[in-house]
Design a protein around this ligand. Structure first.
Ligand code: C2E
Ligand code: MG
Ligand code: MG
Ligand code: MG
Length: 296
């Protein structure tokens, strides 16, 4: 009986493994068609001054409107797109549309220069753009130039692991972008293995403090102390901190008290459609009180 149960468990394990592989395979085939089908869209989450709620920028977050599954989260398909190489055209599509949105907002609100923050994967640096002679950095600078967006209105977000596994090539391109005025952020900061010395030699302007830290600052004295130290460290290194995933007033108040000035999270706003993000700016410009809003 025990042996049968073991076999049975194995079969179930095997079949769930099998369906996971099949599932990924299907997702990949669908993804390949999605760009041509115009099935991707961007949502924009406000990055605000957490003390006064004023908008400093928006993070562009890609969404996939799948024909049968509905809205698929990037958590489900970015890794598949990275494996298949589709992240190169998809990432290019994201950057181009994000830059276009930021350029539009500049036209609508000349006084307020909100920036756009774009997530970039390692693979994109090795992608072929217009030709093998053109680097990713050069391509990005051409895109923002074409849209008339000042380089300082673009923030490029990279994860720590990407930077850690770099043999110097990515760092060199980031330095090129930074020399032109584009700002660079480390995303999900604190989840990797960053050390002080490593931060000093990277071309970085902003640390995006991972949500997992924010989640525990109000309940754990130890985590509170860790975040407090990171905020102080960032000040010494002259890095800006953006706190991710602020959901409660308690979290916000603790961050303000620590001297963390910028953040994003459901407390302020969920990611918004382009139209709602434009409306968000319009209401801010006219000093109207905002209601809470969710992207469809
Ligand atoms: P991320 O870059 O760390 O983005 C923040 C994620 O946290 C977003 O999830 C956002 O919707 C979510 N979030 C923001 N505030 C809150 C909050 O208060 N509470 C909670 N529970 N969540 C919050 P999303 O949009 O599902 O994106 C997931 C990840 O997918 C992103 O994490 C990013 O790593 C990746 N991603 C999204 N768009 C792109 C893209 O265009 N290119 C690449 N390479 N990756 C992308
Ligand atoms: Mg991000
Ligand atoms: Mg993040
Ligand atoms: Mg995150």
């Amino acid at each position: 009986v025990a042996k049968d149960a073991g076999k049975d468990r194995w079969r179930r394990y095997e079949s769930s493994l099998h369906s996971a592989v099949v599932e990924r395979h299907k997702l990949r085939a669908d993804l390949d068609r999605a760009i041509a089908d115009g099935a991707f869209l961007l949502h924009f989450q406000p990055i605000v001054g957490i003390g006064d709620g004023r908008t400093h920028g928006f993070e562009a977050l890609v969404r996939w409107n799948h024909p049968t599954r509905g809205m698929v989260s990037p958590a489900e398909f970015i890794s598949v797109a990275e494996e298949s190489g589709l992240i190169v055209p998809l990432g290019a599509w994201v950057l181009r549309n994000a830059v276009e949105a930021a350029a539009q907002w500049r036209l609508l609100h000349p006084g307020e220069d909100v920036y756009v923050s774009v997530n970039v994967s390692a693979r994109q640096f090795r992608g072929q753009f217009k030709g093998p002679e053109q680097s990713f950095a050069r391509w990005v600078l051409d895109e923002i130039d074409r849209m008339g967006l000042p380089p300082a209105s673009l923030l490029v977000e990279m994860t720590e692991s990407l930077l850690l596994h770099d043999d110097g090539e990515v760092t060199a391109e980031l330095a090129e972008l930074r020399a032109a005025g584009v700002r660079i952020a480390i995303d999900d900061f604190g989840t990797g293995f960053s050390s002080l010395s490593y931060l000093r030699r990277l071309p970085v302007d902003v640390l995006k403090l991972d949500k997992s830290f924010i989640d525990t600052i109000a309940s754990s004295a130890e985590q509170h102390a860790v975040v407090d130290m990171i905020v102080q460290l960032a000040a010494i290194l002259q890095l800006q901190i953006v706190a991710e995933g602020i959901e409660t007033e308690a979290e916000r108040d603790l961050l303000v008290a620590m001297g963390c000035h910028l953040g994003q999270g459901y407390l302020f706003s969920r990611p918004l459609s382009y139209g709602d993000a434009s409306q968000w700016l319009l209401e801010e410009a006219s000093g109207l009180q905002r209601g809470s809003r969710t992207a469809a």
